[in-house]
Ligand binder design. Structure first.
Ligand code: RAM
Length: 536
């Protein structure tokens, strides 16, 4: 047993870093315990189509109460929807009670857990998404023996439970009883600052903290409904939000080590990791934008904890990621996005054809600076002494080749595409600052032809860019308008994709599969915590 376990660990660990099996053990040691809490439904609801509601459906409180179902005979075709009153992640149990005679045939139920009303009420067939239909949390359960507790093996995420009676028998009566939810999270206690001058901002903060805590399991998951794994880009934003809420830095450490231990054979990081049956990366998912953000996560972790041992240990991994990025540079110091096959993710805007040349030029500059700062804190600048001058040359090259001085914006690629994302990252990387930065951001945000952010991920960087550019009021208004828009539309947790002008936006071509509790959407708590003058 011990031998086979060792084999699994060695087999999964990266061949590039000799210490990777040890790193995997460090990660496993830092695996947190999950806190459990039990919830029962607070009310029953009925779905009502409503074109003014988010995605066309709303729930109204039903007359029936959850406890009344204890004595209600289940009949074929019946539909009952329970509301747990808040978003939960964990395990659902129920029981059935014989009310008349004895069970003479199996009972069949369809249990469907969901995060949002429309998810539970939109016809799912024909399935239109390019992701698996099985991400939807509907399960058909056959109960052969009533009067017993059934616990669904699948971990679920959501607030509402719809129960449909698919089959029962006329020769006996039974009721659905003891619905209960064992909720799990590793988050712990929110110790952050909670009261601002605005009740809406307080609600935004509360929803963002719930979003984060639901995603904090034995790793920082991207979404507890979908796709339940650790992504380096999501990790970066979660670790920032964690600083101003749970301060659970052990979880960050675990995730940093998991990525390092499971790096590809050339030492580059793989963008996402699964934990079961043993930690393993999604083979081949090479995404340089996220690998570079891992460096920033390590830097922020060091600043938060002072854990120089971890930072020194993982320094070689950080250096390897920036070295990799530098191999894409042309002699003119332009990042060539076509050099190799690589995923450069900045936003879900595939249909709009988001060009990533300008954002990637900026993201590389940012990564060089962050990695140099890490080196400085670790006394290792001699190893990366060229980074500041490479970053400076890249900045000048960006201004020469990508900046349209007449319009005052960065344009991306051979098609000279205007996007908010290009301005955002140019500001983050210091290519544009002061009045130039403000002009670029404002122009792109108000040009109807410019590509706008499609996710809270891209919006996070936009709000940050506004702050850096000296637009604090606009940043505050934008955050309140964007995340507050989700709150007004009934969000218990923040959504993976949100466009105030398109309720049905989906990166996967079918909105019910979207994750409605998503890691990268949790950063209002970070902004409120980090910038008290702007947000409190
Ligand atoms: C989505 C994930 C995750 C994100 C990647 C790029 O599928 O949910 O949050 O980091 O895409």
């Amino acid at each position: 047993m011990i031998k086979s376990l060792l084999f699994i660990i060695l087999a999964a660990a990266s061949a590039f870093y000799p210490q990777s099996a040890h790193w995997l053990r460090i990660a496993e040691k830092a695996k947190p315990d999950l806190h459990h809490a039990r919830y029962t439904p607070v009310r029953m609801v009925e779905a009502v189509p409503d074109s003014s509601a988010f995605q066309g459906w709303r729930y109204l409180e039903a007359e029936l109460t959850p406890s009344q179902t204890d004595t209600m005979v289940l009949r074929h075709g019946q539909v009952l929807t329970f509301d747990f009153g808040r978003h939960l992640v964990g395990y659902l149990s129920f029981s059935t009670r014989t009310l008349r005679r004895c069970q003479d045939g199996p009972l069949r139920l369809r249990l469907f857990m969901g995060e949002l009303p429309a998810e539970l009420n939109t016809p799912l067939e024909p399935w239109k998404a390019w992701l698996s239909r099985a991400w939807m949390q509907d399960e058909i359960i056959t109960v052969y023996e009533t009067d017993r507790v059934v616990t669904l093996p699948r971990r679920l995420a959501g607030r509402y439970l719809k129960v449909e009676v698919l089959a029962t028998s006329r020769d006996f009566d039974c009721a659905l009883t003891d619905l209960s939810f064992d909720a799990v999270s590793s988050a712990g206690e929110d110790t952050g600052f909670r009261r601002t001058a605005s009740p809406l901002l307080d609600s935004i903060r509360a929803v963002s903290v719930t979003t984060l805590s639901e995603c904090m399991q034995t790793v920082y998951e991207d979404g507890p409904k979908r796709d339940r794994r650790l992504w380096a880009g999501d990790l970066y934003l979660q670790s920032l939000a964690n600083r101003y809420s749970f301060r659970n830095f052990g979880l960050t450490k675990r995730c940093l080590f998991l990525f390092a231990a499971l790096a590809a054979d050339d030492g580059t990081l793989i963008s996402n990791i699964f934990e079961s049956p043993q930690p393993h990366p999604q083979e081949g998912s090479y995404m340089l934008t996220y690998s570079l953000l891992w460096n920033s996560t390590l830097l922020e972790y060091l600043l938060d904890t002072g854990d120089t041992l971890t930072a020194q240990t993982l320094w070689q991994v950080a250096k390897r990621q920036t070295e990799d990025a530098l191999t894409y540079l042309t002699p003119e110091y332009i990042f060539d996005i076509h050099k190799r096959d690589v995923w450069l993710f900045f936003d879900w805007r595939e249909h709009e054809g988001l060009d990533v040349s300008a954002p990637m030029q900026a993201a590389t500059i940012f990564a060089l600076e962050q990695t140099y700062e890490l080196a400085r804190l670790l006394g290792r600048t001699a190893e990366v002494k060229q980074y500041p001058s490479v970053a400076a040359k890249m900045r000048r090259a960006a201004l020469r080749h990508m900046y349209d001085a007449r319009r005052g914006v960065m344009l991306s690629g051979s098609g000279k595409q205007l996007s908010v994302q290009s301005q955002t990252w140019a500001v983050k990387a210091g290519i544009l600052s002061g009045a130039k930065a403000r002009k670029a951001l404002t122009t792109a945000m108000t040009d109807p032809k410019a590509i706008q952010p499609g996710t809270p991920y891209a919006t996070h960087y936009l709000v940050e860019a506004m702050i850096l550019a000296g637009m604090p009021e606009q940043a505050r208004a934008y955050l309140i308008d964007y995340w507050g828009g989700m709150v007004r539309r009934g969000a218990d947790t923040f959504w993976e994709a949100y466009d105030p002008n398109d309720d049905y936006i989906s990166p996967y071509d079918f909105f019910p599969v979207n994750s409605a509790c998503h890691a990268w959407s949790c950063t209002p708590v970070y902004f409120i915590g980090k910038y008290p003058d702007i947000f409190r």
